[in-house]
Design a protein around this ligand. Structure first.
Ligand code: ARG
Length: 563
């Protein structure tokens, strides 16, 4: 918030420390009686060789107190109490003038961030882990874009590999074209499973599959055609999902895109003397870094996942000249990315340091009903449809007279699933239950969306007009806590960016919704006779809805005006 900057600048003049550095040290005290902002003097004490409380006393005397009610010291801390009337006004006016731009800055102007996310494997079900990657990646895309960065969303499709030999063999024998048109992934999965069952009885199928893949690599017409067909029908299904979630990619360059770009990488590695042989395979030795070797070429000469990622990173640097190159992929692949980044560094590319693996934990659904007949696979469309259905039931109970229930149920159901994904620290494993996802009183999207709709309803009842507000009349702690929170939107965004962690924004929105509900339950608005106070509170409600809407937008979640 602005205040942090103001305090930092004033302290910087009194000490010899840069204001940026001071700003990072400023804390938000846990209790109102400790002030609104606190500066700890302990670090200064070390360089100045003076007791922290003495330094705090000195600074307290000297500092410019404009805009603050008072400045106090306590145990080595300098506590700032802002002038509430001023703060109310400046924060709320900023939000109300900037509206949908509130929270947006241009800090990232001129910098490009490539974000590799979602990246499902063709012909395999888009599983709950890919949805995790999709939700995080999409949110990071929106968060970085809001700060002026130029983002490139890349769907690194898993569209190459020996499994295509098997799929082609299976396709030629057992595919049901009609089923394929209707539910491509299910049908492809069915014939893929069948291939494995049949191959157990007749091992010669494996050789046939190998030959098909070899032909595919050699560009033989039949195999290429079938591969393309399998890819096309899979993409139709993936895109249906992306459309539902309103997610867009700037590039669909998947693994096959790098088929003709790996020779160069292998040559570079050879030139730099980085390739060694290990049981017939070509590898980059990473002993020195306490990692297993990065395999570049398997003993049969086939290139693999890591080689493609090396080629892809190089391609991204050349094409986009990224400032950061981000991969949103589950933590089980942490080692893979470490190996790739280290190899790039060994190749002499300093930009390897700008490559970031954004990992995330495992996702499980506690409800039995969700695990489908076939093993562990949860069909995502079924999951999302069920969320929408359940949301509709809940809405029916809450507000039977609502007009566009279908639409609302869609926004609430999808929002609920995405929100649950983005609620926790991404490294943690999560277990979902429907109760957690759709609880209107819990830490959920419906809770936040409902708070928003409630705010909008108040404003509608007021005819959407308010003016001549007197912000100094808002003196309760509920009001001030809410206003302060609204003012710290950018702190949440910055921290989310620093950690590549959308959950910071999710948590922040939950805090706003909670503070809003507390305020709303304790403070009359429409019934007030004091017009100046009523209008000030309406302005606060309006500002809150703006922040909730903007915040949810950064997570890829919509709001509804009524629910
Ligand atoms: N297709 C991979 C999987 O499903 C994820 C790809 C991630 N991106 C990458 N550049 N390796 O596990």
């Amino acid at each position: 918030m602005e205040y942090k900057r103001i305090i930092a600048e004033r302290l910087s003049q009194l000490t010899d420390i840069e204001s940026n550095q001071i700003e990072k040290l400023i804390e938000l005290p846990p209790k109102p009686e400790m002030g609104d902002f606190a500066f700890p003097c302990f670090q200064l004490a070390r360089t100045m060789r003076k007791a922290p409380n003495l330094i705090a006393e000195e600074l307290k005397e000297k500092i410019n107190k404009d805009g603050f009610e008072k400045v106090e010291t306590a145990g080595g801390y300098l506590n700032f109490f802002v002038n509430k009337a001023d703060a109310n006004k400046s924060i709320l006016q900023k939000i109300l003038t900037e509206k949908e731009k509130y929270g947006h800055t241009n800090i990232g102007a001129g910098k490009t961030i490539t974000i590799d996310f979602s990246s499902p494997n063709i012909a395999k079900p888009f599983h709950v882990g890919h949805l995790y990657s999709t939700a995080i990646g999409n949110s990071l895309y929106k968060i970085f874009t809001s700060q002026g960065y130029n983002c490139v969303g890349i769907n690194h499709l898993g569209d190459w590999g020996t499994q295509f030999g098997k799929l082609i063999a299976a396709y030629k024998r057992w595919v049901d074209e009609e089923a394929l048109e209707k539910e491509p992934i299910k049908e492809l999965l069915r014939i893929y499973v069948k291939f494995h069952d049949e191959a157990e009885l007749d091992p010669s199928l494996e050789d046939i599959a190998r030959q098909h893949f070899k032909n595919l690599e050699d560009g033989k017409e039949e195999e290429v055609k079938l591969w393309q067909r399998i890819k096309d029908v899979s993409l139709i299904e993936f895109n249906r999902l992306y459309d539902t979630l309103k997610i867009k990619f700037d590039s669909y360059a998947g693994e096959s895109f790098y088929n003709d770009k790996m020779d160069e990488v292998v040559e570079m590695l050879e030139e730099k003397g980085l390739l060694t042989e290990s049981s017939g395979a070509q590898v980059v030795n990473l002993d020195e870094y306490n990692m297993p070797p990065c395999i570049i070429k398997k003993s049969d000469g086939a290139t693999i996942y890591a080689t493609r990622d090396l080629a892809a990173a190089l391609y991204r640097k050349r094409t986009y000249d990224f400032y950061k190159n981000v991969y949103v992929v589950g933590t089980p692949q942490a080692l893979h990315f470490k190996q790739v980044f280290t190899t790039l560094k060994l190749m002499g590319f300093d930009w390897a340091d700008d490559c970031v693996h954004v990992g995330f934990g495992l996702v499980k659904f506690a409800d039995k009903k969700l695990s489908t007949r076939k093993g562990d696979v949860i069909f995502l469309e079924e999951l999302l449809n069920e969320a929408i259905l359940r949301a509709k039931e809940l809405i029916e109970q809450k507000n039977a007279a609502l007009e566009n229930k279908e639409e609302v149920a869609k926004v609430v159901g999808l929002g609920a699933v995405v929100f649950t994904y983005l609620k926790n620290n991404r490294e943690r494993d999560i277990v979902f239950t429907w109760e957690d996802i759709l609880n209107f009183d819990g830490e959920t999207a419906p809770y936040v969306q409902y708070s928003y709709a409630r705010g909008r309803s108040i404003l509608r009842k007021a005819g959407n007009v308010y003016s001549d507000m007197d912000f100094s009349k808002m003196t309760t702690s509920e009001e001030f806590e809410l206003i302060k929170l609204l003012g710290s939107f950018n702190d949440a965004i910055n921290s989310a960016i620093e950690k590549y962690e959308p959950s910071v924004v999710t948590r922040y929105i939950l805090d706003v919704a909670k503070a809003f509900n507390k305020f709303y339950n304790l403070s009359p608005i429409l019934s007030l006779e004091d017009e100046a106070l009523k209008n000030a509170r309406l302005a606060l409600v309006d500002a809150t809805t703006i922040v909730i809407r903007n915040g949810l937008a950064l997570l890829g979640i919509d709001v509804v005006e009524r629910m």
